[in-house]
Design a binder for this molecule. Sequence first.
Ligand code: GDP
Ligand code: MG
Length: 208
Amino acid sequence: MTEVLFKVLIIGDPTVGKTSFVHRYVNNLFRRDYKMTIGVDFALKVIKWSDSQNIKLQLWDIAGQERFTSMTRVYYKDAHACIVMFDLTHRPTFQNTVKWKEDLDQKCTLQDGTSVPCLLLANKSDLSNREVDQSEIEEVCKEHDFVGWTEISVKEGLMVDEAMRFLVEEMMAKHSTLDDFSESLRLSSSPTIRPSAQDKPQQSGCKC
Ligand code: GDP
Ligand code: MG
């Protein structure tokens, strides 16, 4: 059995639904009342990708109020993929997706110099008071080099698994083309000794 570990960032303005998204994806639950995230929350999800392949996803749910500060560089470090989320019913959160994406790309690239695969998610599709058109989302997606976009409803559980599956496929595609990517990520299922700081393998995610 081979295992890979991917670090996935969830970024975007406060209250767009990032914490709810992680909770829905990992535990398949929705609650109305998450405490505001302070700093960063972590969650781990293990996926059985095939008979011989497990994928561990480490989800980093970053507090929106940290945006565009020097702190984000620390969070972005070694990321393999990213979700930028906004709230379809609150236009400023859509406009800020461009800033989030630029902040990420400025501070972080993969080992081969390419940008971190980034998916744009339009949350709260269950609500009718939309402030953003699909054509606008499409345009931002193309112009700012997102790997794709979709509407989701974390509340109703719509397109959450599908979105993550798409992102995992993107990461797996990179994983098989970048040699160092696969080498440093392939975790043995037998016990291993953690390397010391000096002989630590080269990180394959964002090299910032
Ligand atoms: P975060 O600040 O981005 O982590 O956002 P939260 O996950 O804390 O969610 C903010 C608010 O939006 C909460 O009241 C959630 O219940 C609500 N929310 C999250 N996702 C959805 C959704 O898909 N539909 C609706 N109607 N509300 C949602
Ligand atoms: Mg939160």
